[in-house]
Ligand binder design. Structure first.
Ligand code: NAP
Length: 436
């Protein structure tokens, strides 16, 4: 029998569990740990609440969890409640699937002012993550600035721009939808330090900006390279740039009645976030491209900003005694192996890139590596060993059945048209699980 511990119950964790089931059938036992009482990580807390079809992938993970040889071990913080060393003594392989839950810093002055948020924080707020649910951003001002040209920037723009009616069918939490209802935002500037050809936005997501009820995207035609140069782009990127060209061509008459301008400001690198205690503006330097890199031109200007959300990527949280690559913001590893018996997968292995589906081959590859390393298993204690340790330490472990009760309670208390209303504190989650 092989015993595998997976740390993190997001896509990377669940695909790894699925791969272990496929590899060994009944000859493996998998425990999936999570620091929260609820599973699915990025699916629950990262994917935008108005992208329910993407969130639907959780059903696949549920199937994995319902098998006899996979357990969900929730509400256990690895590194605090149990160490990696202890887990390695009990399991043949420990796989870190902890994602990249922290914001990469822009490294500019003013980043710590009030009403300036990294995307992990801001996304966590509207998705009801217990660490960020109390954020209470001030959305009463007119000007919002979103830094970055990736899909997360697009998510944040959409959430700031949508009306209550447009959130129908989403699971945006009540505290966010209620606050956004009072929003005074009239302009959202999206800052890209490079140009339209260099955006990291995918066409489906970018296209959604063209169909919003009260918001309209604006692109300055002068920022667009000659159309003939689009031919060199890969097909997906070409589609995105074509969408930007469409936004640049929207006639003013078509903007009538729209109350929010979403303005793309390309070749614009943020230099300083201005303000004495809270954000009032962003000082930006005009850039030009040199060998694909943004180079400052020395020309600066200021954009008013009451709210700033910095969406420039994420990094993994270090865990005591696990080698960490500071520069790359992930665990130091060789194709997923950190050291014998300790592995990483997904964003914790390769950094925050790719789609949810990218984690599937990742999970299968790491299990193949583990299979080569651990053979038939070393007769370790596995989950029974962990259960003994948890009982000794009085850890309030939450299992998959507890999650199913939380799930049921969240579905029951959903506002009309929403699939669920999430509990946003660990205490409330536990209380819901314990209710008869
Ligand atoms: P991302 O795709 O890496 O985009 C980050 C953006 O930030 C880039 O435009 C980058 O510009 C910019 N940037 C980085 N450092 C900067 C700085 N110091 N100043 C100004 N701009 C800076 O990251 P993400 O948007 O966080 O997304 C993470 C991953 O999740 C991606 O793979 C994304 O596609 C995926 N995702 C997918 C969906 C979806 O499919 N619906 C939704 C959300 C996220 P440069 O290119 O110049 O570096």
């Amino acid at each position: 029998m092989r015993h595998i511990a997976i740390i993190g119950s997001g896509p990377a964790g669940y695909y790894t569990a699925e791969a272990a089931q496929k590899q060994w059938g009944d000859d493996v036992r998998v425990d999936i740990f999570d620091c929260l009482p609820v599973p699915y990580g990025l699916i629950r807390f990262g994917v935008a609440p108005d992208h329910q079809s993407i969130k639907g992938v959780y059903r696949r993970y549920e199937t994995t969890s319902l098998a006899d040889n996979v357990r969900f071990v929730g509400n256990v913080m690895v590194g605090r409640d149990v160490t990696i060393g202890e887990l390695q003594e009990m399991y043949d392989a420990v796989v870190l699937a902890t994602g990249a839950p922290h914001d990469r810093k822009a490294g500019i002055a003013g980043e710590d002012l009030a009403n300036v948020f990294g995307s992990a924080t801001f996304v966590g707020w509207y998705n009801g993550h217990p660490n960020f649910a109390a954020l209470d951003p001030d959305v009463s001002g007119r000007n919002a600035v979103v830094i970055g040209n990736g899909n997360v920037a697009l998510d944040v723009v959409r959430i700031l721009a949508k009306t209550r009616a447009e959130f129908h069918g989403s699971d945006i939490v009540n505290h966010a939808i209620d606050l956004l209802d009072t929003s005074g935002i009239g302009k959202i500037t999206v800052l890209g330090r490079r140009g339209p050809h260099q955006i990291a936005m995918t066409p489906k997501e970018l296209g959604e900006l063209g169909h919003l009820e009260r918001a309209s995207p604006r692109v300055d035609p002068a920022d667009l390279p000659p159309e003939s140069e689009d031919a060199a782009l890969d097909p997906g990127q070409r589609k995105s740039v074509t969408l930007l060209r469409g936004f640049a061509a929207i006639p003013d008459a078509d903007r009538a009645g729209r109350t929010i301008d979403v303005e793309f400001d390309f070749f614009a690198a943020p230099k300083v976030i201005l303000g004495s205690d809270r954000a009032t503006g962003v000082e930006v330097e005009r850039t030009r491209l040199e060998n694909g890199r943004a180079v400052g031109t020395g020309e600066t200007y200021t954009i008013p900003a009451d709210l700033v959300v910095i969406c420039i990527g994420y990094q993994t949280s270090p865990i005591p005694d696990v080698p960490f690559d500071e520069r790359a913001g992930r665990f130091a590893n060789e194709e997923g192996r950190i050291r014998p018996g300790l592995y990483c997968v997904g964003w914790a292995r390769r950094g925050p890139t790719g789609t949810i589906g990218t984690n599937r081959p990742d999970g299968f590859a790491v299990i193949e590596k583990i299979a080569g390393d651990i053979g038939e298993g070393a007769g370790k204690a596995g989950g029974e060993g962990f259960d003994r340790l948890a009982a000794e330490r009085g850890l309030p472990v939450m299992g998959f059945d507890d999650w199913r009760r939380i799930d049921e309670a969240e579905i029951k208390r959903a506002r009309e048209g929403a699939p669920r209303e999430k509990f946003t504190t660990i205490e409330d989650m536990i209380a819901a699980a314990q209710k008869e």
